[in-house]
Design a protein around this ligand. Structure first.
Ligand code: SF4
Length: 355
């Protein structure tokens, strides 16, 4: 059997691991130990798994493997607590990007779900690549494994835990539904990375076929939807996904989505100077959102080379957010990190530094 058809251990949730281990003669306890060692000991090869009989590991090696993620470049920002963009390569050598954002004793990892993206948002570096390929569940999970190792290496005094995961890197997560949904479950495995569900955010540009599949799972996922405009005319210009699935359908979806009672769907609103940041936009947005259980994150655009869109002045960003809040919409301004290494929102896929 060639390595390419072996099962990648990072792509298995608990049930998948039990089925695999059963197929080579091991029971549920052995499967649990394989899962524990895979994430606690960081083995590169199956024989390095701890606490499992050698004969069973030999049989496991014949049907399974542990894939690699090679760090091509690590680009730390020049912030006091550097955000680091990792350009990594999968087993086929194709590159994608993961961003690790430390903040005090917490840290957020922004993971990619595709290499490139076919949604074609005009402001986005990744969108300009088109879709190259989907990432596997194992490749998505391995980005978190890599981030955890990097964070442990940076802090000699104490290891900084990963507190949040956001599916906001390269790609439209719900256009790669099966791999993303499997990876979402794997990240939560108690014997694995054990990231609490409420700490994992799945984002979407508003790709309704994928969002509908997500809703059908009946799980109260923390969800962030990119709105980015107060009218269909503007949103269709910025985000072609708006043409088949316009704002009203997106907002109707957000209201019906099976969220936790104490949570709202987050709407991301990237501000582009002179495009969607006027007082009239505030008025339209406030009318659109009146009475809906949503929250708005306002984010100043992070420029992408060759894209004729501008970042508004900080005062305009604050004024926009406070006017919207004054109209009764729960609003906050989100600061982007890692802009100088093209590691901020919408900037992934360009490789190196913007400088
Ligand atoms: S913003 Fe997101 S959905 Fe739009 S092109 Fe970029 S990666 Fe794709």
């Amino acid at each position: 059997m060639s390595a390419s058809v072996k099962i990648d251990l990072h792509g298995l949730d608990g049930a998948g691991m039990r089925a695999l281990v059963a197929s080579v003669g091991g029971g549920a306890k052995v499967a649990a130990q394989v899962m524990r060692s895979l994430y606690a000991d960081g083995p590169q090869e199956i024989p390095e798994l701890q606490g499992v009989r050698r004969q069973l590991l030999q049989r496991l090696s014949q049907v399974a493997t542990i894939g690699r993620l090679r760090v091509v470049r690590a680009l730390p920002s020049d912030e006091e607590e550097p955000t680091t963009k990792y350009i990594v390569a999968g087993d086929d050598g194709l590159e994608f990007e993961t961003v690790v954002i430390p903040a005090g004793d917490r840290s957020t990892v922004c993971i990619s779900s595709q290499i490139g993206c076919r949604m074609g948002c005009t402001f986005c570096q990744t969108g300009r690549m088109g879709l190259v390929r989907n990432l596997s569940a194992a490749e998505i999970v391995r980005q978190v494994v890599l981030a955890r190792a990097a964070l442990a290496g940076w802090s000699s005094r104490k290891s900084r835990p990963i507190t949040n995961i956001v599916y906001m890197g390269m790609g439209e997560p719900l256009d790669n539904f099966d791999a993303v949904w499997l990876s979402y479950r794997i990240l939560q495995e108690q014997r694995g990375l054990a990231i609490p569900r409420r700490r994992i955010t799945i984002s979407s540009a508003g790709y309704l076929p994928g969002l509908d599949r997500l809703a059908m799972q009946g799980v109260p996922v923390t969800l962030a939807l990119s709105l980015n405009a107060s009218s269909d005319a503007i949103r269709s210009e910025l985000m072609p996904v708006n043409r088949p699935w316009p704002i009203e359908r997106l907002l109707a979806f957000a209201e019906d989505f099976p969220k936790r009672p104490d949570r709202s769907v987050m709407l991301e609103y990237v501000l582009f100077e002179g495009v969607n940041d006027s007082d009239a936009d505030v008025d339209r947005l406030a009318s659109l959102l009146a009475g809906r259980q949503v929250k708005v994150n306002v984010i100043a655009y992070n420029p992408v080379p060759g894209v004729p869109l501008r970042r508004p002045a900080p005062e305009r960003v604050e004024a926009f957010a406070s006017s919207l809040a004054a109209r009764g919409v729960w609003t906050m301004v989100r600061q982007s990190r890692g802009r100088d290494v093209m590691g901020a929102c919408g900037q992934l896929g360009g490789g190196g530094s913007s400088q």
